[in-house]
Design a binder for this molecule. Structure first.
Ligand code: SF4
Ligand code: SF4
Length: 303
């Protein structure tokens, strides 16, 4: 595998996709991948509401921390989400990618459109959960068997790595049920072939995405903030002995420094570069430590 393998999970709150995405990250690490990420994307609504989770898996450390927009694999744990709006669910799926579905009947597949070269895999995760009693507070934890289906479809993680991840994640008395669900799903997952006209290139744009995509900090909703002013202990810039200075030649505009600065003393200029507010920068050096490009130097401040 070259580069980063990206996964997007679709499910509803309570079906275990956040947990399953953490387990997949642990299993991938067990498998020898050095860069692994698990990212939940949930809103204010929880149980029953549509949520997403993401994984990134790579043989090298990953510096990108964002939603997944162009997944190599999409896992849909609740087929009602696919029926509601399949084009939103499939959005961005790469050509030659993987679509792994929880579906009991093939009728859900008749209206499906997938990118050219995509491999579609199906497993009846709901029946597996019901058979094993894999439920919490009345809801089937559908995402657990989907881990087995993902392993079968992509061959990216082994059952052994998933089993070890389950053992490290759950109490001993829950391990067997979860591992059995993964095994049953692994052996019952099947590849399905759609009609030739269901493979499209390119995929038409989807309806507006229910969960907003944030590609850049400018997509973030505005947060009301007060204007900093001199407090009772003076301006925090007065505390500084060392001053951070950004080298724009090295800076990639990733804005990790902006995100991590504990004083919110980093603004973003009109070109997208970080701009340090020396009135309030206390010289703690957090930005210097977090910058992945070593674009920040801490110089003695001779003010
Ligand atoms: S200074 Fe470093 S951390 Fe900040 S935006 Fe530039 S590269 Fe990213
Ligand atoms: S040195 Fe500390 S306070 Fe100053 S900009 Fe960097 S992180 Fe913020």
């Amino acid at each position: 595998m070259n580069g980063i393998f990206e996964v997007r999970w679709h499910g509803r709150g309570g079906q275990g996709i956040v947990t399953a995405s953490k387990i997949l990250a642990i299993a991938a690490f067990n498998e020898g991948f050095v860069g692994v990420q698990s990212i939940p994307w949930i809103g204010a609504e929880r149980r029953g509401a549509q949520i997403e989770a993401y994984n990134r898996i790579s043989y090298a450390p990953i510096l990108l921390h964002s939603q997944v927009y162009a997944p190599n694999a999409v896992i849909v744990v609740d087929q009602s989400i696919l029926s509601e709006n399949s084009s939103t669910t499939i959005r961005g799926l790469k050509k030659n990618g993987f679509l792994v579905l929880n579906a009991a009947h093939s009728n859900v597949l008749s209206s499906l459109r997938v990118p050219e070269g995509c491999s579609v895999y199906v497993v009846d995760a709901t029946s597996i959960c019901l058979e094993l009693g894999l439920q919490v507070a009345g809801l089937e934890i559908l995402a657990i068997p989907m881990l087995g289906a993902f392993a079968k479809a992509t061959d990216l993680v082994s059952i052994k790595s998933l089993e070890n991840a389950i053992k490290s994640f759950f109490e001993a008395d829950s391990v067997k049920k979860n591992v059995d669900a993964i095994l049953k799903a692994y052996w019952s997952t099947r590849k399905v072939h759609l009609k030739p006209e269901q493979y499209l290139s390119p995929i038409p744009p989807s309806k507006p995405v229910r969960i907003p995509e944030i590609h850049h900090w400018t997509d973030l909703p505005p947060v009301p903030t007060s204007t900093p002013s001199k407090g009772s202990i003076g301006k925090t810039g007065d505390w500084r002995t060392h001053k951070p200075v950004v080298d724009r030649e090295k800076c990639s505009k990733c804005l990790f420094c902006w995100m991590y600065c504990p004083e919110a003393a980093i603004n973003v200029d009109s070109d997208g570069f970080p701009e340090i507010d020396y009135d309030y920068c206390k010289g703690c050096g957090v930005c210097f430590n977090e910058c992945p490009r070593e674009a920040i130097s801490m110089l003695v401040d001779e003010k």
